[in-house]
Design a protein around this ligand. Sequence first.
Ligand SMILES: [Fe+2]
Ligand SMILES: [Fe+2]
Length: 245
Amino acid sequence: MTEKNPFRIMTREHYPIIEVASVLSAMRTTHDIDSETLRMVIEFIRKFADLYHHEKEEKVVFEQAKKKRIDTSPIDAMEKEHEMTRSRVREALASLEKGDLKNAIVNLREWANFIPDHIDRENHSLFPGLDMVFGENEREILLREFSRIDLELGNFREMQEFADKIFADILSKTGNAIVEARAIPKEDRDEFVVRLANLMPENTVMTVMYDEKSEELERRLEEFEIEEIKKRGVYAFRIRKTRNQ
Ligand SMILES: [Fe+2]
Ligand SMILES: [Fe+2]
């Protein structure tokens, strides 16, 4: 069934972005990442996060929200953060063009370390708040504009496939990913983690920042080696995929 809630659509577009951030935040300047791979990452962020997703967010959702009599300061803050994240990506591209791969990695990692927090606030605070104050007609306007952007700038399936390719490709080179699963709403969190686990190449490790222990999730991941850890005071676990799994 096609999703009819515009805020759910926006929330789900964040998942491939978190997926890509997971492999970037575990990337070190000592890792041997070629310029083609970095170019692919920048293309993903620019095309799907900055253009496709931000177009919907800034020019449609935020624009409509500003017409309402609500406190728009959280929206202004989000827009400032968008500008900040876009400048990291511009910097990464400029470094890549100069052949400075190390600085490109530093900037992409900064982007990746920041973006889950931004997405968390949109998913768990801004969008649920707007969801309560948008009426039927305004939702129709959002959905119509989303369809126009889907025709002009790409679509979710293409975004997801690109993210999967980047995730598996970089993970095979670095061996590590750090997944900020807390940014994903609870109802989709397990599915998200299981999806990523199934994309893991052999002999790689994924650290998942979760929230609280979930036996249901562990059951779904029983073919993987799981180790519970505490990371920065947060419940987290490590999933390892070895050759014979
Ligand atoms: Fe945003
Ligand atoms: Fe967003």
